[in-house]
Design a protein around this ligand. Structure first.
Ligand SMILES: CC(C)(COP(=O)(O)OP(=O)(O)OC[C@H]1O[C@@H](n2cnc3c(N)ncnc32)[C@H](O)[C@@H]1OP(=O)(O)O)[C@@H](O)C(=O)NCCC(=O)NCCS
Length: 255
């Protein structure tokens, strides 16, 4: 019996094509559409059919909703995440200051290809807080260059984690932009500054590792802690852009 391919399986199967195409990017759990006009809307429609889960990354808010309805159909409200961005210089100095005052109570680590046991801990923590986990191949850097970071409590428990990736094509409008996401803090440890700290860790280490010129992240309009955390790390909400999601896969919808 043949088993159904998931969106993540397809993103793995097509990773070389995605990596080589400026108008798209590999988001691990969804195909990111960076420039629908350059790919053509007919192709976008077939990609939606194939992958089941696509996101229009940091799209122009005043155009994208109408374009999607006109070219892909559908009505009703489309879910979206707001865009947050910063220059590498500003984000790096802000995040170095945050990590520099963290003290030694917590253990902070990041790795471009963590071992399997750590990936399992990250995946478990993502699931507990309702964040869709990235596939393990993604966190091992078999797609775009990736960095996973985490914080352990003094007793060794992983209490916070996040991932950053250099997913955008060097000839795309997002060239040089480092993406940070899947930030997860154990429920018992939320509200203590650890979301801010793990995001700052990923921004600091990712900007250094990948020599990026800017950093971007997304947050849902109703996710106040996530928005405040990104602002703390020096990222500003860009009200002109948003990432719009089309999910026909029935897959777990991430926060
Ligand atoms: C979002 C999340 C990562 C934030 O981590 P955290 O450790 O709880 O947040 P912090 O303690 O670092 O606080 C960050 C900011 O949010 C504010 N905040 C915390 N809880 C809040 C709440 N319930 N309502 C509003 N603001 C809140 C804090 O005051 C702080 O802002 P400030 O520095 O301006 O005072 C964490 O709550 C979480 O794992 N949530 C579930 C998963 C998720 O939504 N992830 C983000 C999507 S990628």
């Amino acid at each position: 019996m043949q088993t159904e391919m998931t969106t993540a399986d397809r993103l793995y199967r097509d990773k070389d094509w995605i990596q080589a195409t400026a108008g798209v990017a590999n988001a691990g759990v969804a195909l990111a559409i960076v420039d629908p006009d350059s790919i053509g809307w007919a192709k976008v429609a077939s990609l939606l059919e194939d992958y089941g889960f696509i996101g229009f990354t940091a799209a122009e808010k005043d155009r994208v909703f109408d374009q999607i309805r006109a070219n892909l159909g559908g009505d009703g409200d489309l879910p979206y995440w707001d865009s947050f961005t910063a220059s590498a210089t500003h984000a790096l100095s802000t995040c170095e200051a945050i990590t520099g005052t963290a003290g030694d109570r917590y253990i902070l680590q990041s790795d471009r290809a963590p071992e399997a046991a750590i990936l399992q801990e990250v995946t478990d923590l993502n699931r507990i807080v309702g964040v869709s986990p990235l596939p393990e191949w993604y966190m091992r850097g078999e797609g775009p260059p990736s960095l996973t970071g985490w914080i352990r409590a003094p007793d060794g428990r992983m209490i916070a984690c996040a991932n950053g990736s250099m997913r955008y094509h060097p000839q795309s409008r997002l060239a040089g932009t480092y993406y940070v996401g899947t930030v997860s803090v154990a429920p018992s440890a939320q509200g203590l500054g650890l979301g801010t700290l793990v995001t700052a860790l990923l921004v600091r280490d990712g900007l250094r590792a990948f020599d990026a010129t800017s950093v971007t992240a997304v947050a849902q309009p109703g996710n106040a802690p996530s928005r405040a955390m990104l602002a703390r790390c020096g990222l500003r909400h860009d009200p002109s852009r948003a990432t719009v999601i089309l999910n026909r896969s029935g897959a777990f919808h991430t926060r």
